[in-house]
Ligand binder design. Structure first.
Ligand SMILES: Nc1ncnc2c1ncn2[C@@H]1O[C@H](COP(=O)(O)OP(=O)(O)O)[C@@H](O)[C@H]1O
Ligand SMILES: [Mg+2]
Length: 469
């Protein structure tokens, strides 16, 4: 029996059990199923009212070829199960149903294991409390629910919410200012990032705080949950915030402060308000405010009154949002800590430093970004030796350069020499910029350009002289 049949039968059982058991809610449905049935956002039936309809999933969930296809990814759902004696299709409505519940359940129980059942809270509850099959599984309903991604993390939920809050015509500029991503759409994970010990500790701390926020609320500890990421461009600030969202299954709301200077200034203060409102509705979520130095810069300079108003609204909103009360983790990021004034610093309870990577980190980053590449005689330590001062983002560019260069020779296997050439290329293109950033190390860096041979460079793995923390 094919997996397709199992997928489709699971889907049919899920819709049928969910339709009957009114104690189940949307967090009991696997994301793939509720995506199909979720309705929300603007009302299009034109019957007046407030133009909104209640977002949610309405019972009964009717299963057709197309809903089954959407939920399971099986292209011919009916064909996959038409041979089974407990299935039926209504030619007129296209509805697919299970006609012999008992047989269908037995068939399913024989083919499903604990791990799979744990991914479907609706069926986990149904089968573990079933009078006949109750002992077959070592799974609990709570376990399955805990493991299931919450509805707030689904794209459909986020879209419904955004539609509800932002009128598309009036608030078009909103789309420039804020971007909301569902965790399923974030393709950055913590495993892809090389972090300093200090960064790891801070992230651990915040994960724990999020996990235990009820406890923190109880003991009255509220001044936590606002982080500021500080460091040069390309050191992983944005990636880390995203990876955190992905790791904890939280929606990622990104505010681009530079967009506040857009031409629609009149509306901006209002939209900043709405953004925070959306973040609260999306909670638990991460609200990421990039280019935070923009705030201080604006307050200092002689700016447009509307711009100042927008920035003041932003600061006020930051004061009024809390991890403990609103379940919103706020992360600010800046490349220019020197430009922040006291008022801006004071709003964050943890500052996390994003230094340029040291020797060992560079070698590790190279390891991560080349994980899926073929490289002959690859020696990341040696590349780390000659890439002093480069950030994670620079290293990515170096690798991209090497890959593209090799492709011009129709090669998909790289060599260590390709990488060394790409480093040299990168340095040449970047000399001016690096002179500024590297200060006294500049000569060493340029000299690194002719390290092609095995010239007497010690592979100094143990310590590092790159930068001062
Ligand atoms: N420490 C790191 N480990 C792995 N990749 C990194 C690291 N730092 C930067 N990168 C990579 O460089 C790119 C740019 O990083 P980004 O997070 O946008 O930097 P920032 O926000 O600090 O400017 C991303 O593709 C990221 O994966
Ligand atoms: Mg960034």
């Amino acid at each position: 029996m094919s997996d397709a049949a199992l997928d489709v039968v699971e889907f049919l059982l899920t819709t049928s059990v969910y339709s009957d058991d009114r104690t189940l809610d949307e967090n009991d449905l696997p994301p793939s199923v509720r995506r199909v049935y979720w309705t929300g956002g603007a009302d299009d039936d034109g019957d007046g009212g407030d133009g909104r309809k209640h977002a949610g999933i309405s019972r009964p969930l009717s299963a057709t070829n197309s809903t089954a296809r959407e939920a399971t990814g099986v292209t011919q759902p009916w064909e996959a199960i038409s041979d089974l004696m407990f299935t039926d299709r209504d030619e007129f409505s296209g509805t697919i149903t299970l006609v012999e519940d008992r047989l269908a359940e037995q068939w399913f129980v024989e083919r499903v294991d604990d791990d799979r059942l744990r991914e479907n809270p609706t069926l986990a509850k149904h089968f573990t409390t079933h009078e006949e099959f109750g002992d077959k599984f070592d799974v609990t309903h709570e376990e399955a629910r805990e493991q299931n991604r919450p509805i707030q993390a689904d794209r459909v939920w986020i879209d419904g919410l955004l539609e509800e809050y932002f009128d598309e015509e009036e608030d078009e500029e909103m789309l420039d200012l804020v971007e909301v991503r569902a965790p399923e759409e974030v393709d950055m994970s913590l495993e892809d990032l090389v972090l300093t010990d200090d960064q790891e500790n801070e992230l651990d701390k915040i994960s724990k705080a999020i996990e235990h926020r009820d406890y923190l609320a109880n003991i009255g500890l509220r001044e936590i949950g606002k982080l500021l990421f500080v460091g040069p461009p390309g050191t992983g600030k944005t990636s880390t915030a995203q990876a955190l969202a992905q790791n904890m299954d939280l929606p990622f709301v990104e505010v681009k402060l530079s967009m506040i200077t857009s031409q629609y200034l009149g509306e901006t203060a209002k939209n900043v308000d709405k953004t925070f409102e959306v973040a609260k509705r999306l909670s638990p979520c991460i609200l990421f405010i990039d280019e935070f130095d923009f705030v201080a810069k604006t307050r200092r300079s002689d700016e447009h009154a509307a711009l100042k108003r927008a920035v003041n609204t932003l600061l006020k909103s930051i004061d009024n949002i809390s991890l403990i009360e609103d379940d919103v983790l706020l992360i600010g990021a800046t490349n220019h800590p020197d430009q922040l004034d006291d008022a801006a610093w004071r709003r964050f309870d943890e500052i996390i430093n994003f230094p340029k990577p040291d020797h060992n980190m560079r070698a590790d980053i190279l390891g991560v970004i080349t994980r899926t590449m073929d490289i002959e005689e690859f020696d990341p330590q040696l590349i780390a030796d000659v890439t002093q001062g480069l950030t994670g983002s620079d290293l990515r560019m170096v690798l991209r350069e090497a890959v593209l260069e090799a492709l011009t020779e129709d090669r998909t296997t790289l060599t260590q020499q390709d990488l060394l050439d790409a480093v040299e290329e990168f340095e040449e293109r970047d000399t001016l910029k690096n002179m500024d950033m590297m200060g006294g190390d500049h000569d060493a860096l340029v000299a690194g350009g002719d390290l092609g041979g095995d010239g007497g460079h010690s592979h100094d793995h143990g310590h590092d002289h790159d930068h001062n923390h």
